[in-house]
Design a protein around this ligand. Sequence first.
Ligand code: BGC
Length: 742
Amino acid sequence: MINWRIEEEGFDQERISSHGNKFLVGNGYLGIRGTLPEYEKKEFVAVNLAGIYDQVGDGWREPLNAPNGLYTYLRLNNKEYRLPQSEPEQHKVSLDYRHGVYERSTTWNAAEGRLTLLTQRFASMDEKHLICMRYSIKVEDESEQEIDAEIFTGIDAEVWDINGPHYDELNMRTNAEGNTADELIMVTGTTHESGDQVGVYETYRFDPMHQQEIVIEDNKILRRLTFKMKPGKEYQLFKFISVYTSKDHTDYEKLGRELVSASKHTGYQKKLELHSKQWEKLWCNSEVMIDGDDEAMEALNYSLYHLHCIAPRHTDHLSIAARGLSGQTYKGAVFWDTEMFMLDFFLFTEPEVAKTLLKYRIDTLPGAKKKAEYYGYQGAFYAWESQEGGYDACSDYNVTDVFTGRQMRTYFKDKQIHISAAVVYGIMRYVNYTGSLELLADGGAEVILECASFYYDLLVKKVRGDRYELHDVIGPDEYHERVNNNTYTNRMAKYTFDSAIQILRKLVYQDVRIEERLKDRYDLTGLLEQFQDASDRLYIPEPDQKGGVIEQFDGYFALEEVSIEELKGRLLHDKEYWGGAYGIATHTKVIKQADVVTMLNLFSQDYEEEILSKNWEYYEPRTEHGSSLSACMYAILACKCHMPEKAYPFFMKSALSDISGKGKEWAGLIYIGGTHPASSGGAYMTAIEGFAGVHLEQGELKIKPCLPPGWNGMSFPIIYRDELYRVEITKEQSSIHNLGKP
Ligand code: BGC
């Protein structure tokens, strides 16, 4: 049994940033960092919005943080009580991650008595534009003496940005001119680059007798609520906040105002119930139960909580950023993380969301074609760090050298060509698991053909010999840049050719709808011939004769052999970048993250188990696991090699990445802190596809359990081809029950 709550006692300034991630609440439209209501931009407060970006000058283009409508602090007899300024006697923050409800409780020894402040808030899962908060205060004291209390509450438009400020204009107002007792306060920010409007609307309910005055200062519009407070009595303020942008609706302002007014009318408690009900619905199709290991069950479901918080359910074409909705790190951009690490969770629990993620890739095909064209290639080269329209936000200089302060040329954008194959992989996986050809008919088929054309154009055709190669690429291990024949990349390119061939065959023999649309634009027979030839001749490095190890790229085996510990000893600075031109790992066999191992996971059926385990054993000690994407790949492959005891620590590392808060926060001098949804998705994949061994056999859902020591069983739902199944695994037996339509 788990209690679905994580909490931390005590106040520590050092934990402000990690708490922001750990206690995040979100609903896919927005994410609110787990910060206190009185916090400001220096405490990394963010109401991070999905899919809307802005660029200022030469700074990185990044997603918007909305003005913070939760902003509230307290004053008693002219003295402020807020963190981090005033030392508390007790402090606790907690998250009910079954229902996405954040709470704080702080006690101060105030001159007036023992002051307790409790706050609770949620980003409504029922109404994606709505945020609600309850703020209660109580002073306990023997005396009957009344206290002069003031609550300052409103919207803080002094927003935390990494590369901002993004609002050129801030319009702060109430909804009736000159009347200080207004119902609503609002802020509209106009973005720098494209003049989008972000509107935040707030109203409140505070029943005790009080006076209200509107104060506008320092980019904040606040209500100053003054009242006489009696010791022993609890005072509750309720806030209703809505966030809309001009991209959501032309009438966004009207919608924003109406939503908060209606929510106030409905009341906080009812809104909380509706919100919680939606969360319960989500868990019906996603909760994973583990018998015998509560710590793992908690960490895993907490990971799933984070995936639920960032699922774009409010639209049918949006993807998820590498750091979810936890802020502007990684430019709020979409990486291969989505298709390769997060997709399966949605595919198995909410296929509609999986489709939304892939629709984003279909919609951004023009951007991918433009990128390919820029480099002089045919087809579609997807953005390494994709924003709106497929714009590649990845900069040429993604890392700052800690010694010189100069920017270092990195080639992630230009050379991580495996991104296009990840998109193909996602679409094909959707097709295989849902059995629906709809995505293909809606543009997915073109995406696959265009990606295959891109790889076809990149093939290096040897003058001697008849094999094709791929040169000058970066594989998942980013420390070794510009290598030839990265096995992962080559194999994924072959997979892309094979998928395109499958599509083309389907076109010819089955799906008339797709064929009709494509045949005017493509020479289908010609493409089929080309892709078949490419697939047959593309070089895929084989396990070496002696040890069965597959070389990660040409020349890898000749690099320096050094242990990770020894390599670490060569660091001159703790934030030094390990890869690129002069990195300490560049000339060694030490790799950043699973590379060959990722390939083996995807294509395990092509190899003997002995080869899988030999490669696991070879590469693991050489892997720094410098990316949170790495551990789960080792965990899954360990399961495939029947080594669940070896898989377990890697699984836990993935599942705990946001609870432990130990993730890497710096790449060179660049802040990369935030939540780790790919790691969460990887933990899910390990549990379901690794420990439970869920897989397809001739189109049928099968399991092949391989539980780690201490686990007595597992039970979880899974959606396959529009039917809901329940998988039950015990030590004695395992079964899959069909429960009908989800
Ligand atoms: C990893 C990439 C990953 C990116 C975003 C990098 O550190 O090397 O593989 O896509 O982070 O999570």
